[in-house]
Write a protein that binds this ligand. Sequence first.
Ligand SMILES: Nc1ncnc2c1ncn2[C@@H]1O[C@H](COP(=O)(O)OP(=O)(O)O)[C@@H](O)[C@H]1O
Ligand SMILES: [Mg+2]
Length: 452
Amino acid sequence: MAQDLGLRVWDPVNNMKVLVVGSGGREHALCWKIAKSKMVDEVLCAPGNAGTALVARNVALQATDVERILAVVRRENVGLVVIGPETSLDVGLADTLREAKVPVFGPGIKGARLESSKVYSKDLMERHRIPTASSRTFDRSGAAKGYLENCDTWPQVVKADGLAAGKGVYVCQDLEEGRSAVDAIMEEKRHGSSGTRILVEEFMEGQEASVFAIIDGRTILILETVQDHKQVGEGNKGPNTGGMGVLSPMGEINTRLHRQIEQRVLIPTVHAMRQEGIDFHGVLFVGLMMTEGGPRVVEYNVRFGDPETQALVRRWKSDIVPVLLACAQGELEQVSAPEWDGRPCVGVVAAAGGYPDEYRKGDLISGLRQAEEVDDVVVFHAGTAEKDGEIVTAGGRVLCITAMGTDVDAARANAYEAYDKIRWEDKFARRDIGKVVVAEAPKEASAHVDES
Ligand SMILES: Nc1ncnc2c1ncn2[C@@H]1O[C@H](COP(=O)(O)OP(=O)(O)O)[C@@H](O)[C@H]1O
Ligand SMILES: [Mg+2]
């Protein structure tokens, strides 16, 4: 008998440690979901926040400190690393880990370029005939302004090439706005070196939608839909933010539109990556415009969205770890598709007064326990920290209160009931999350695909 011989079974796969890299609401949601997995013994989070500390062991490391992260992965014998933020991908964390033979969910530097350089991704789309806005690239402000002077259709969209935390895109209604956008990016260098080059893009008319797909280089696994709410103000008014709330699933995307997105965007993008030598293991999050001519790409992101992930993990019923691990190892076709909770999920972001501009930090947060006692509510932390045993605000987007319900109204009611139980000075949220009408297939687009 095994017992008599003093043998023991060591099954590394089912006693796995998983490291989640990042410190936002997305990472708390990933830690929360991964910690439920039967395969997982312990979740680590680098650096994490006060919420991840509830479900994972925080490791005090910067999310871009490649050397130290590798050291921890080796010391702790981590079996899977899941990378949250684009900044970690852009410094090559995934490449380094992969060279060290560590299974990692997240693309390398080459794949990360799809998000970190809008010029690069535009060129790739053009080379591979993936539908997107037509555009011109400039590395001198004079040439860009000269081009705008000759434009006779407005608006025009001026974009900084590099990462700009969602603030590098200017939709310009006329020449004057166009000129000042070019100046802001190239002369005032508002986005630093991200604005060394710019794109001037055709304005696409239509509704926006985003699609998340897990890709292992060959297999594409499309996830449930999520609608974000980018603007700070109700009715989608005011400046853009990292995201003020989410609804999943988003209104009806009919099957025909789904097929168009798959056939015209996702499959060509994976083909393009392969031809460009990008071995992509992670999430591709495609921003789309539903135009009269069908779906066209606004941009690529190469990581989970925040706060979209918070809603996705609430609705993801089956174990997430087999999918993340299979993606990391290029075996996605061998896992079964996720099981989804059919009920909708609403996520309301509670932000610090002043956000997205200057905001305060260090305010005491109370009522978290009471909030989680509301039916079907889970509160994910984004900008929080622990101070003398209490939880305080530490970022602009502080919490994301997620709630399920039998229908969207029930989910909304639960989310706002929980939100109202949470207190700190100057907290605010949009009251209309889940109420905004969302994209549907334009009729012309449907007709168009039948002809082609
Ligand atoms: N060509 C375009 N036509 C119309 N709107 C656009 C266009 N490009 C960008 N936008 C608008 O600007 C927003 C931000 O642009 P995006 O390319 O997604 O950059 P980022 O998310 O990096 O700031 C989009 O969500 C969309 O609302
Ligand atoms: Mg975007």
